[in-house]
Write a protein of this length. Sequence first.
Length: 259
Amino acid sequence: MNFTKLPFSKQKQIDEGPIRTIDSSSLARPFDPPKPVLIVSLVFALIAAIIGGRYAFGVIDGILHGAQRDAATVETNINRGVSYDLPIMENYISLDDATIVQTFADAGYQTYNILGEGEEGVDVMKIPSDVTIADAALVYAKGVSNMDAVTASKYLVGSWRFTVSRTNGTEMKVRYCDLAAENAQDAVQHAWQNEGWADNGNVTITAEGVDEIGNTYREGTIETESGTHSWRISVCDLDGVYSISGLPSTAQYVGIRMN
């Protein structure tokens, strides 16, 4: 019986030749960077630590004390002495639209027109005397409800909106936010005094109190050169009109109407 050798059973001689190994002793030595490199590295590490520490401090300080600083700024803005210069309604009730706008300009009020192109009537916003029209226009374009408390206290104090409707006779309104009022009755009194009606013998109060929708009001008549006109002051909590967290809880929204 003959046996055949399979191919894989053959012995194959491979001459590897001499084996060379790399001397790794240099890798085992400790790495000592040059002193200039070490100094620069330490300086950058120190700068990074300082920047990181300041950033961390700012974040922590903002969380712990940011609300306190905002509240202090709001209080400062409210009491910064900017006058509302409310328009005396009886002085405008007999004027036409163009004359009203010109009278505001002559008085030095900073105002911008809210009406769209081609719209008739009067709808102007008077802004605080210590801000610019350009800045105020950008702020108001985003909507009052989108203001934070600091921004609102800066742009609402000293501002008002004046409108005229002549659909059924002449009706004038001025609306503004009283952030310094202690309550609704206080805001009514502020409006009453600022309109010059407190010591006006031509003014009569016919009713006051709280109406059916919860507004605190005072209303009556006034005798002017153009005849007898009705007036009404209505006040409600500001947070019932605009949702702005951080303003005084006693802040009021005021509307004065005369026709």
